[in-house]
Design a protein around this ligand. Sequence first.
Ligand code: SF4
Length: 439
Amino acid sequence: MSSAPLRSRYHLVTFGCQMNEYDSGLVAGMLEGAGARPVEAPGEADLIVVNTCSVRAKADKTVFRTISNYACLKKRNPLLRIAVIGCMAQAHGQAIRDRAPYVDFVLGPDGYSKLPLLLTAGADELPAVMTAFDPGENYRGLDAKPASPFSAMVAIQRGCNHRCSYCIVPATRGPEKYRDAADVTRECRNAVARGASEILLLGQTVNGWREGDARFADLLSELCRIDGLRRIRFTSPHPIHFTDRLVETMAREEKVCRHVHLPMQSGNTRILREMRRVYTRERYLELVEKLRAAMPDVAITTDLIAGFPSETEEEFADTLSAMETARFDGAFLFAYSERPGTDAATMPGALPEEVRQERLRRMIDLQNAITEERTRAQVGRVEEILLERPSRRDPETLLGKTGSFRKVLVPAELGAPGDYVRVRLTGVSGWSLLGEAVR
Ligand code: SF4
């Protein structure tokens, strides 16, 4: 077996969603636990890890562009190893090395425990491609390195059992696995002991979490009992798992933030069936009503897709009317784009790109008007905000968030990042609210 000097400097790049951000925290925790330290510049590293996303075809191109920049670094540092991990690694496996031969290792989301071995591995000591799914891999007992000193992400569920026809996640993340409540509580308690006051629970269908007879609502209640924890958020719930008991728990538990990101995707039941979303327009809108009845101050945001294959003008109008009815506080809006490997990519009835874009524009115009109206309706309220960081435009101003996830700009003298302050909302600037101290 060949031996190689210890690699001790790692550079980590993250693409994609909050689950990937969390996983990068896990990877950083494992590498630092094995004695490595992070470096800002890839040229200073002897292990480069690229955590990839595969949700959109464009993401693949961005990743290949990024890793191609590292090829020349290997000439300067023969010790350097490059690892591509995450969803794209899982989806493409060896094909990544065929296209980018300077990539040494490809690891899927269940292979991250092998990463510390890359710090010492010589040539050919480890398989180059490690993408087998492991139903038992839940990263039990590990803590993700937090990206923020006062807000921590904690994954409670990995993978997805749904089969939404446009989505690649079940293929890249595998079937659902739930972390046990004791391990989740342990990681949350550790984060609070390190200074976090806000926890964001993560899962592809986070509210589908279960353990024996316990359901997500029970886990939320249990976490609310952690002293020192002030806010709990979760993303992304699936409408089908949003039970009455979960709505009641949210309404009862003050630490659970009044914000639900509830992906709708389409306001037309036939298109929802084509998407295999397993709920109807009516059922979704009933859930929105229930949430608002139980928590009048709740903010509801969503994801919507315009121009899904075979969507008629009338069916698209149903999405616009659902937006009018639900009056979302904000939305991530997309024109449908084919994702190779998904069922929707080969469905008949693909719409021309100009139709998709034109529908997207109409959705954006409508949502902008609704978001503006709902943001303005907050003016005059008194809210507690968590200060996060200086504003990018004006360092004399701090950006904070309400429990309902609204951005608020306040004068910097009100506090420091990590502080909670009570503010009166006095106006609107762009998509943010303006706040002043409540005396
Ligand atoms: Fe993808 Fe649907 Fe699973 Fe969400 S619920 S991760 S959209 S398959």
